[in-house]
Design a protein around this ligand. Sequence first.
Ligand SMILES: [Zn+2]
Length: 507
Amino acid sequence: MSLATINSRALLGVDTIEVTVETHLSNGLPGFAIVGLPETAVKESKERVRSAIINSGLDFPSRRITVNLAPADLPKAGGRYDLAIALSILAASGQLDKDSLGEIEVLGELALDGSVREVHGAVSAIIGAKAKNNKIILPLANSNELALVAYSKGYCVKSLLQLIDHLTNKTSLINYQNLPRRQKPMLCSVHGFSEVRGQAGAKRAVQIAAAGRHNLLMIGPPGSGKTLLANILIGLLPNLNEAEALEVAMVKSAAKLQLNGANWQQRPIRTPHHSATAVSLVGGGSKANPGEISLAHCGVLFLDELTQFKPSALDALREPLESGEITVSRANYRIKYPANFQLLAAMNPCPCGYASDPTHECRCSEDKVTRYLGKLSGPLLDRLDLIIEVPSLSQAELLQHSNETTDWADIRNKIEQCRELQTQRNGKLNSELKIGEIEQYCQLSTSLRKLLANTMDKLSMSARATHRVIKMARTIADFENSAQIRKRDILEAISYRRCQFLKSVIR
Ligand SMILES: [Zn+2]
């Protein structure tokens, strides 16, 4: 019977699903049909496959060819099935032994001359094949991804002919062991704490935010050092661990971003411009691409000039800030992307920038300031754990010689240890604790409960904000090596939520 099957993989978000490519050759008028919900690029695969087979010096069967991509209800996009389709045609027409196609998965787009082009989402495909203990064949252009996942049954090919040679004569292919290895991750370069004059409160807040992965908003006039503080926070974060690095690589690979040994364990930092749309921030659109928040998965999303962002874009952040993932819809299916990021934001206190600055006069009317701050919705502010003012410095403070000797490498180590402590105890960072887990891991004495309840009333804090205060207090206690949450930890955590400036204007 002129029938052959081979396995490939579809990409859905960062997940992959096994796809079986079945080819049947029958008698009758010569023709070529692909069924199984193919999108345009897959339909065009017919022309690429035909030319690639002929230009590789092989026979394109002059028969009625039916290719079925199963499961049929899963939409298939891109040229990733070309190579699998070509192989199944060659096997169905007797030019290749059908048994040689068992337990292998093939991915690759064909050029007309038979060379194999890059596909996206290779990292997820390799992980999927690994889970099934299948051999996987990938384009040579995806070799970086194979090298990083280091799967021993993964191989790279540069052309259809090279793959046929491998399957028939058993010539060897490029394996991950022949590829360049991962490099030891480099530390992010940052300016030291000593470069920020004064701002003791802000520096402390930055360390707490880094230690527990809490969201941070900095409000201050231009030139007060907000961007420098943001860079310090980013520099204080430890490198990704192996599991996180794999998750980040899956997103990058699906988004067709460059992935190499040098950036393997580097925490992603995304800094979208304030003109970004909701779709570019959270993902979706006609191609259902991952958005900035998914590209910032396990890393930092830095929104400078927070109030300049469109309200619709900021609103779209609410759900992922709570759940750590985002679901985007296409016409007939839904795709889930991971989006567990730390939000870091900065803004001026008013349109002119000097409302909170005693040394400059603010030129904004009260109305204008209220409108400006009104762009920050209550639910968004609720999800920001630390809201701090970064005051401007006086001339004297600026000129003062800095005699700070703090070594930021020491602080970085302390933060890394604090994070390890949390993961060992909670299985996750403090900021990621769910309500039930807060009771388990963040126990408060009766007097502290009372104190918190009173403050909640006084500041009219929401339940969500209160939970965030407790989680932050847990981080502060951890940072100070205290097993119990103490009164001073709770008070410090509350202090990060009562931004006097915002309170006077919008609460
Ligand atoms: Zn102003």
